[in-house]
Design a protein around this ligand. Structure first.
Ligand SMILES: Cc1ncc(COP(=O)(O)O)c(C=O)c1O
Length: 376
């Protein structure tokens, strides 16, 4: 099978050691080897989430973690304000509606996320007691670097803040304890460089207290069950995807041994030079400068170029697989993920691809390639 470098919005290419770790022998998920694996994985996740708190490890994709979070921390008929930044905030809203929650949406200005002032006035207007926000909107590349300020505003009104960090965790600064975030959901297949199929919800004191009062809406997504099994036995309530946990544990070991801040910097450097070359060549990128993600780059395509054409060019000529545009930008943009495992020639190939698309010369590619290393 031909190996193609994935620069998708997820899933991502894996380090060879992570790939291999999936083929370790199967173990009993009710035995001591599994308990050691769980303890080791959860303690690494605590470092990544920046929290000394409960973490549920789910055998589910990211949507499962978002559903478990909303279901466990929000009551039926409770008012939840969701910041509408793209496809994944819409998905959170749909999940909440299915669960009988009273959803209100607030859409930030074009190409931006929400500011603390805007959130505060929306809370005042709606009277919502829970806020749902996608930290890094994978469909549009809008990132919220102001989570701490947003949490402060929510807590001043005695609310809870629930964060979808699926394409954010591992690629951006996050410390739940410092930022005072109540619950954060994320998944394995993006900036944590693991195969798809696992997701997590980390949650702190306010959310834990609230969970005791929220009526149960589902058994599989009941985070109290996960807490009970982990606290009592370091196990999960149902059979977990053991091979994926091996891979996740290996990937987290790699990330932490490289240093989490260095890992984040890789994403930051890669995204900066990709955005840079497009703009320098006279093209446009989404979103506005202060709201640009480290993990998803969203070039607006030149007139007459379709996402299908651009994707084909990237794959056939430069050996990289990228994503189509999404949400309101579906027909006019592409998405390039900067996550997962890559050798540095991939940065060069991605720059060459963008130079080809935006008619930039090779000197510009060389200059941004040099800049990438200076940013690490
Ligand atoms: C921000 C965000 N939230 C939620 C999801 C849903 O995750 P999954 O497709 O793993 O269910 C995604 C997937 O791309 C995402 O990017």
């Amino acid at each position: 099978m031909k190996r193609i470098q994935l620069l998708l919005p997820g899933p991502v290419s894996l380090h060879p050691d992570v790939e291999l770790s999936q083929s370790l022998p199967m173990i009993n998920h009710r035995g001591p080897e599994f308990r050691e694996l769980m303890k080791s994985t959860i303690s690494k996740l605590k470092e990544i989430f920046g929290c000394d708190c409960d973490i549920a490890l789910l055998t589910a994709s990211g949507s499962g973690a978002v559903e478990a979070m909303v279901s466990s921390f929000v009551s039926r008929n409770e008012k939840m304000l969701i910041v509408q930044t793209g496809t994944f905030s819409d998905r959170m809203a749909t999940i909440a509606k299915y669960l009988g929650i009273d959803v209100e949406l607030i859409e930030p200005k074009e190409g931006e996320g929400i500011t603390a002032e805007e959130l505060d006035s929306a809370l005042k207007k709606t009277g919502a007691s829970v806020v749902g926000i996608v930290a890094n909107e994978t469909s549009t590349g809008v990132v919220h670097r102001n989570l701490e300020e947003l949490a402060k505003v929510v807590h001043e009104r005695d609310g809870l803040i629930l964060v979808d960090s699926v394409s954010h965790l591992g690629a951006h600064e996050l410390s739940m304890d410092v930022m005072d975030l109540d619950a954060v959901a994320s998944a394995s297949q993006k900036a944590l460089m693991s195969p798809p199929g696992l997701s997590f919800v980390a949650y702190r004191e306010r959310a834990l207290e609230k969970m005791k009062r929220v009526e149960k809406k589902s058994l599989y997504w009941d985070l109290e069950q996960y807490k009970k099994f982990y606290d009592e036995k370091f196990e999960t309530p149902a059979t977990p995807a053991v091979s994926l946990i091996y891979a996740l544990n290996k990937a987290l070991e790699k990330i932490l041994s490289m240093g989490l801040s260095n890992w984040i910097k890789r994403h930051e450097a890669f995204s900066k030079v990709l955005n840079g070359i497009v703009e320098e060549a006279g093209g446009r990128v989404y979103p506005k400068e202060n709201w640009r993600s480290n993990s998803i780059v969203v070039p607006i395509l030149p007139e007459g170029v379709t996402p299908a054409h651009a994707k084909n060019l990237a794959k056939e000529r430069y050996g990289i697989e990228i994503g189509s545009g999404a949400w309101k930008l579906k027909e006019k943009s592409i998405r390039i993920g900067t996550m997962g495992w890559y050798e540095s020639d991939v940065v060069y190939r991605a720059l060459m691809f963008l130079a080809d698309l935006y008619k930039a010369n090779k000197e510009l590619v060389d200059s941004f390639y040099g800049e990438y290393f200076s940013l690490l």
